[in-house]
Design a protein around this ligand. Structure first.
Ligand SMILES: NC(=O)c1ccc[n+]([C@@H]2O[C@H](COP(=O)([O-])OP(=O)(O)OC[C@H]3O[C@@H](n4cnc5c(N)ncnc54)[C@H](OP(=O)(O)O)[C@@H]3O)[C@@H](O)[C@H]2O)c1
Length: 230
């Protein structure tokens, strides 16, 4: 297993939810964290924490975040792409605005961070990418548009696994069902205490980035309830 020692992790969506839980967990374990978020005041900076502005919809934002991270810490060892949105989109809806926004935030956001950080991940020799997919990366429930974006996140993950393999990059698409964050506040299918907890997802992320190059996990499905097809 790898250790936290000196390693630098970039985490998008570090303001709240899963991204924030991962941030808190990795800091407690001794990693240095560069948090990317729309409002950097939401994560107080310190010797081990750099709070950066990252707006997934803005061209150049990922590149600027990577540059600030390298200027501060001198290296990047892992990326956790946790920023995401889930406006509801059905096939027979009119209009494409929400679909386009999910493409920009859920898919192009992670793609741009990976592209910008790639040389540094390669330099690390043990570069890690954890993309927040969803069980909606694996099956289609009521929100088809969200599933389309999360299937694309799965494809992106397999793409960087393939392209980064020879330089030691390993990538995982982490696919939970319901997680008790702001994203699921309106969900009534199961009680919140039965949903996966963001702190438990954070434990999985830490495990994924600590696994050695010869024990990589490409897809990790996390269930809070039984699903017959998965
Ligand atoms: N919750 C679930 O049940 C669940 C299940 C499976 C997968 N996921 C996935 O897990 C990831 C984290 O979800 P969550 O539950 O933590 O959601 P959340 O609590 O709603 O948090 C969403 C995060 O994404 C950030 N974000 C949204 N739009 C952004 C943009 N344009 N640019 C940069 N950051 C942006 C938010 O930042 P602000 O604070 O600035 O809004 C926030 O940090 C997402 O990719 C989600 O799709 C969630």
């Amino acid at each position: 297993m790898l250790t936290a020692d000196g390693r630098v992790v970039m985490i998008s969506g570090a303001s709240r939810g899963v991204g924030r839980a991962v941030t808190d967990r990795l800091l407690a374990s001794g990693f240095k964290v560069s948090g990317g978020m729309r409002d950097p005041s939401k994560l107080p900076g310190s010797d081990d924490v750099l709070s950066c502005r990252f707006e997934a919809e803005e061209t150049g934002s990922a590149e600027a975040w990577v540059a600030q991270t390298v200027e501060r810490f001198g290296r990047i060892d892992a990326i956790v792409n946790a920023a995401g949105i889930n406006p509801k989109v059905k096939v027979l809806d009119q209009g494409e605005d929400e679909l386009d926004q999910m493409w920009r935030v859920n898919v192009k956001g992670p793609l741009r961070v990976i592209r910008a950080a790639y040389p540094h991940l390669a330099q690390s020799g043990n570069g890690r990418v954890v993309n927040m997919g969803s069980l909606s990366s694996k099956r289609v429930a009521s929100n088809v548009g969200y599933a389309m974006s999360k299937f694309a996140v799965l494809a992106l993950t397999h793409g960087i696994r393939r392209e980064g393999r020879d330089v030691g990059i390993r990538a995982t698409v982490l696919c939970p069902g319901y997680v008790a964050t702001d994203m699921t506040v309106g969900e009534t299918e199961i009680p919140r205490h039965e949903m996966s907890q963001p702190e438990d997802i954070a434990v999985l992320v830490e495990t994924l980035i600590n696994l050695p190059n010869n024990a990589a996990i490409s897809e990790m499905l996390v269930h809070c309830q039984y699903e017959a097809m998965l």
